[in-house]
Design a protein around this ligand. Structure first.
Ligand code: HEM
Length: 214
């Protein structure tokens, strides 16, 4: 691809179509339209639990990696907030009541299988965390205004202003010492990550009628 644009921009452009498919999936559209009940949102939070367990276990393993290490940023960790959210949404016995969807299990397997490589590890982190910081804030506002839920999962206050963080993250992407082949590999894994997310949303949409507000 062109060397004139920074790698972070190349990544963004190469995942735009996948982004739009994820964003336009029926479950996400219903969530943003205010059509989902609190239980409907809880179904997504449950799937996040399995996904972030895999992402953040990979982060712990990659913390000392010379290339991936700088991408392991503690304020990004979603698991502590997610655990609080699940307890609030589902009650104290939530752990016994949750199961991964088939698409989630596939996503988790993929993260576990590829995250020992700095490129693919970063592809998965990028796809989720930058999304949570951007579009996730729209979901956060929707949950707050519609259901009065304070979803800690979407609370990035500790990270400081989002635009400043995004610039820092893009600078990390642009300065990592990846070869052209490794950069291509990261891009293709990010495309896979978007499709894995869309597959989770599609599986959630199969039960959409149970998740609609009464
Ligand atoms: C809920 C619906 C969504 C909305 C409204 C939304 C909106 C946005 C917006 C406005 C940006 C641009 C932010 C900026 O450049 O300053 C963005 C970026 C991003 N979104 Fe989403 N998004 C949504 C869903 C998702 C999903 C489901 C994912 C992935 C699972 C995702 C992943 C990303 C990523 C990785 C970026 C960063 C792109 C980059 O700057 O490199 N988004 N989103």
């Amino acid at each position: 691809m062109s060397e004139e644009i920074p790698f972070s921009q190349e990544l963004r452009l190469a995942t735009r179509e996948g982004h739009d498919r994820a964003q336009e999936s029926a479950y996400i559209v219903a969530l943003l339209a205010g059509d989902l009940s609190q239980a409907g949102y809880a179904a997504l939070a449950v799937q996040h639990y399995f996904i972030y367990d895999a992402l953040e276990s990979a982060a712990t393993a990659m913390r000392e990696d010379p290339v991936a290490g700088p991408f392991v940023i503690d304020a990004l960790r979603r698991m502590p907030g997610l655990v609080d959210d699940l307890e609030a949404l589902l009650g104290p016995d939530w752990r016994a009541r949750i199961r991964p969807a088939a698409a989630t299990a596939e996503y988790v397997d993929r993260v576990a299988a590829v995250s020992g490589e700095s490129t693919r590890f970063v592809a998965h982190q990028y796809t989720r965390y930058l999304g949570d910081i951007a579009g996730g804030q729209v979901i956060r506002n929707r949950l707050r205004t519609q259901h009065g839920i304070r979803a800690r999962f979407y609370d990035f206050d500790e990270l400081g202003p989002a635009p400043v963080f995004r610039d820092k993250y893009r600078a990390l992407l642009d300065s990592a010492p990846w070869s052209a082949a490794q950069r291509a590999d990261l891009i293709s894994e990010a495309q896979v990550a978007f499709e894995l997310n869309t597959a989770v949303f599609e599986e959630l949409a199969e039960d959409l009628d149970r998740y609609l507000v009464a």
